[in-house]
Design a protein around this ligand. Structure first.
Ligand code: ADP
Ligand code: MG
Length: 321
């Protein structure tokens, strides 16, 4: 699907198509996956007209009931990005998937950002080397994006690509508060297709929301705003066939020990429902790390061990004897 397809929609002339495009609705898929109310608000197009445009977009993409076999076909377009560790790839069913949102959960220092950095490099490789042949957007909410570390990973992996080129292909946005973060996510609908972006990272998804909405009385508002952001990201994964990786923090809940760990993911049910695959990370013996699938529609609840090294994340050699 290309941008030109917008003009092929019933009732969409050049003016209307430019209104849609400037609101980030750059292709027919985005028109279909965005709630009509939101399209009307963003574009200023009347609600009834929007409903007609959406109906026409659905017709064009043949959206209604589809057979499970058609869904099977659609999922064949799914691409996977290697994590640079065979064990982690195995855990993720081959790599981080497009058309899905993957959540990395864990305490401070466990390696969430390191996995994201490794993915930023791997995504740029050709598919035969486990990559997505594309560029990366990194939304940094904690100020922990360190280009020197990416440079180190890219160098240590001894790739055919110049580490400076790898840095040039990572588009970084520092989000200063949750409203800014939402705005940046909104802009991805235009930015990703225009810049060959094949992977989006939000590290961390929840930090600002937790910091800004304190106390029970603000919880509902926080969850509603978080939900809207998460759903935009999910739509992005579908509209552009790309993987979104987000990180999540934990809070201690000694009353409820979770896989031998008193820490629980933050963000409640909203976060749990929006993410396709939830991976819980914790520290293991001798500096190793453990990753465990805690929720996924088809990945088994396995766990694997890995370590953080100059190469990003790597397998832990099997113990001898
Ligand atoms: N070059 C490196 N070699 C080995 N370990 C590293 C390197 N850089 C960072 N680490 C380790 O990564 C961990 C921090 O991981 P990070 O991904 O930043 O945590 P978080 O889960 O908070 O995002 C620390 O234990 C640190 O020692
Ligand atoms: Mg981090």
């Amino acid at each position: 699907m290309t941008n030109e397809d917008l003009a092929a929609l019933e009732g969409v002339g050049p003016a209307m198509s430019s209104k849609l495009r400037s609101a980030g609705l750059t292709n027919v898929e985005t028109v279909v996956v965005t709630p009509p109310k939101e399209i009307a608000e963003k574009t200023g197009i009347g609600f009834n007209t929007v409903l007609k445009i959406v109906a026409s977009a659905r017709k064009m993409l043949n959206i209604g009931f589809i057979s499970a076999n058609e869904l099977w076909e659609k999922r064949k377009n799914m691409v996977k990005c290697s994590l640079g560790s065979e064990e982690l790839n195995k855990l993720f069913g081959g790599g981080i998937e497009s058309q899905a949102m993957t959540e990395l959960i864990g305490e401070y220092g466990v390696g969430k950002t390191q996995i994201c950095f490794t993915l930023c490099v791997m995504a740029q490789l050709p598919p035969e080397k486990g990559g997505l042949n594309g560029n990366v957007v990194f939304i940094d909410t904690e100020g922990t994006f360190i280009p020197e570390r990416i440079f180190e990973i890219a160098t240590a992996l001894e790739l055919d690509l110049d580490p400076h080129e790898i840095l040039k292909n990572i588009f970084l946005a520092r989000a200063y508060n949750s409203a800014h973060q939402s705005l940046l996510i909104e802009q991805l609908f235009k930015f990703c297709p225009a810049n060959n972006v094949k992977l989006v990272v939000v590290d961390s998804m929840i930090g600002h929301f937790r910091g800004e909405y304190i106390g029970r009385e603000h919880l509902a508002e926080r969850q509603q705003k978080l939900n809207s952001c998460l759903h935009k990201l999910l739509r992005l994964t579908e509209a552009y066939n790309l993987p979104v990786v987000i990180t999540n923090q934990v809070y201690a809940n000694p009353a409820q020990v979770f896989f031998g760990d008193p820490n629980k993911p933050t963000g409640g049910h909203i976060m749990a429902h929006a993410c396709t695959h939830r991976i819980f990370l914790r520290k293991g013996a001798r500096g190793t790390r453990l990753a465990r699938v805690i929720d996924s529609p088809y990945l088994p609840e396995n766990s694997v061990r890995f370590k953080i090294t100059a190469k990003g994340v790597e397998d832990v050699p099997a113990p001898t004897a």
